[in-house]
Design a protein around this ligand. Sequence first.
Ligand code: SAM
Length: 275
Amino acid sequence: MDLWFTELQTPGMKISCKTTKVLYNEKSEFQDIGIIETEQFGRMLVLDDIIQTNIEDEFVYHEMITHVPLFTHKNPKKALVIGGGDGGAIREILKHPSIEKAVLVEIDGKVVEASKKYLPEISCGLSNERAEVIIDDGIKYIKEHKNEFDVISVDSTDPIGPAVGLFAADFYKAIYEALKDDGIFVAQTESPFFNKDLIKRVNKDIRSIFPITRMYTGYIPTYPGGLWSFTMGSKKYDPLEVDETQIPELDTKYFTPQLYKATFVLPKFAQDLIK
Ligand code: SAM
């Protein structure tokens, strides 16, 4: 019998993955959590029927949401991830020797528990002694922390349910205050093809708060359209002025020092969104 998991990526487009096993399925206080075994992408974390991450392509997203801001900063010591309960962003942050502490603030403890059990390749950093896991609402947490972090990555679900506020101007203001004087933040900002209005609004909001705002992209096969956007707000360092020849090689599968610069070069239609 053929079993297929299908995500409705837009009202008019679906992605289907042939599924060999359901490893875990539970409804938490916040969402329906599933971990399934797929033929094409291996184990996959699905929240409310939306693909979050999987063993095969997770490296793209997790490397791009972390190494780009971390290499823009001159000496990052304390990093924060909001959302990201699978632990992939924390795993990547810990590859930077300058990092003394990487804090994860995830609203749903069950996502962290399930990822630890079923996705150890992704969640492995969460048990590192430099990592701290806090189960709390990132919006509440950020308002209670001022002038504390060098780099903040907002590794959120789509702007639905508890993640709506993670795409709001007030949240970006609180992030600005939670960062040190030369701090940088990056948020995943959805698809340049399918989320044009969101990208326009978010970019405008971030530009009204941070002196430097840059958008960059990565290619993620299981996200709608493949091409995915990230938006950076920086208080002092401009990624376009970073000398990429000074970026050291890390143990990565997507990110390279050369790609760092190239990732800010946008297709025309994406440039037009943030004019
Ligand atoms: N890479 C993924 C994507 O773009 O689809 C995101 C993965 S990560 C699993 C997203 C996490 O954000 C979820 O586990 C969700 O529980 C968490 N989240 C949503 N709203 C949040 C909030 N207000 N505070 C903290 N975490 C939140």
